[in-house]
Design a protein around this ligand. Structure first.
Ligand SMILES: Nc1ncnc2c1ncn2[C@@H]1O[C@H](COP(=O)(O)OP(=O)(O)OP(=O)(O)O)[C@@H](O)[C@H]1O
Ligand SMILES: [Mg+2]
Length: 333
């Protein structure tokens, strides 16, 4: 089956103008439908027809929203963030894929590349940067009460939205308050000559993320995904959303790529193999690198001693450093 034949088949199930793309890559078939309410029944029908023609392929029908409508960036004023040269966001379509772990280790790796780095925890749903870097509480305010002084850990300037949101505020209200709080955190912290700021963004593709993308002058976004299909579908949605808004996507990092047994040293591809790499190629995006699932990475992150800080010469730390180098090259530092 060719991609054209896949398209011809798809228009029997969905209006032609709603078909964003029909791709066949290796053993994956992906049909992207845009601007339509998710119609699981139609999607299943199309999937089963394609599956009959290509029985050994993995077939996905993905619904994406084209956010072009009202998302023009030109007319929206950006937040003034003083003392910071470049900002990159770390995002993921879904939660729990290791976005914060990646953001923290990447920030440390960027610092190891000689950059002055800041790390901002803007994930209102699960702020975890303080735990990972090992600090607690609210940032100190300056004598005039107008500004925050960032924490300084492992040479990295850092603040977390966790200090500004009340843990008891219901999630639904957090969104409303969140953007104001994130703006405050970014614009009222006294950043000391930062070359590159890494922002741990909330997961998903929701309103907060759209607002952040419109208000922050991002040099680019790093998308973190695990190689399993379900995370990748969300990663695709994430990439598409940023593209539609006009925020550059720097590439995809595959986290928890494989597992190395601490006893026998055997490698196991628990979530499949090279999923994020294939997705990156399919989307025409860069593949920035892969990080294995390793207890050392988890233990370091959960205990305030991230692997890049604790064992900078380990292979995993080098892998984060390679990603850091690719990012620096892309954003022109
Ligand atoms: N490569 C890895 N190897 C081992 N453990 C990992 C790895 N990456 C992340 N983890 C662990 O997985 C858990 C989830 O990671 P993390 O908190 O970074 O994800 P997240 O995407 O930020 O999640 P959330 O959506 O909750 O913010 C953590 O306990 C972390 O230590
Ligand atoms: Mg997180």
């Amino acid at each position: 089956m060719t991609e054209q034949e896949l398209f011809d088949l798809s228009i029997k199930y969905f209006p032609r103008e709603n078909i964003e793309s029909t791709r066949i890559l290796g053993n994956r078939v992906v049909v992207q439908i845009k601007n339509l309410a998710e119609d699981k029944v139609r999607a299943e029908e199309l999937k089963s027809v394609v599956q009959k023609i290509l029985p050994t392929h993995k077939v996905s029908v993905i619904f994406v929203t084209s956010a072009e409508v009202n998302l023009g960036v030109a007319q929206i004023e950006k937040w003034q963030i003083n003392g910071v040269k470049k900002i990159i966001g770390v995002a993921s379509g879904k939660g729990g894929v290791g976005k914060s772990t990646t953001a923290v280790n990447l920030a440390l790796a960027l610092a190891n590349c000689g950059q002055r780095v800041a790390l901002v925890d803007a994930d209102i749903y699960g702020p975890s940067v303080p735990t990972m870097l090992g600090y607690e509480g609210s940032p100190l305010t300056t004598a005039d009460g107008e500004h925050f002084n960032p924490f300084l850990e492992y040479g990295i300037q850092s603040v977390s939205i966790g200090a500004l949101i009340d843990r008891n505020t219901p999630l639904i209200w957090r969104g409303v308050k969140a953007c104001g709080a994130i703006e405050q955190l970014l614009t009222q912290t006294l950043w000391n000559n930062v070359d590159i700021m890494v922002l741990d963004m909330p997961p998903g593709t929701g309103d907060i993320l759209i607002t952040l993308s419109q208000r922050i002058d991002f040099a680019g976004i790093v998308i973190v995904s695990t190689p399993q299909d379900i995370a990748l579908i969300d990663a695709v949605k994430g990439v598409n959303m940023f593209k539609k808004i006009g925020t550059p996507v720097l590439g995809i990092v595959e986290n928890m790529s494989w597992f190395v047994c601490p006893h026998c040293g055997k490698r196991t591809d628990i979530f499949g193999f090279d999923g994020a790499k294939e997705t990156a190629v399919r989307l025409g995006e860069n593949f920035l690198g892969d990080i294995p699932l390793d207890m050392v990475i988890r233990a370091g992150a959960d205990n305030g001693a991230p692997i890049v800080a604790a064992s900078p010469d380990s292979p995993h730390s080098k892998a984060y450093e390679q990603i850091a180098h690719k990012i620096l090259a892309q954003i022109g530092i």
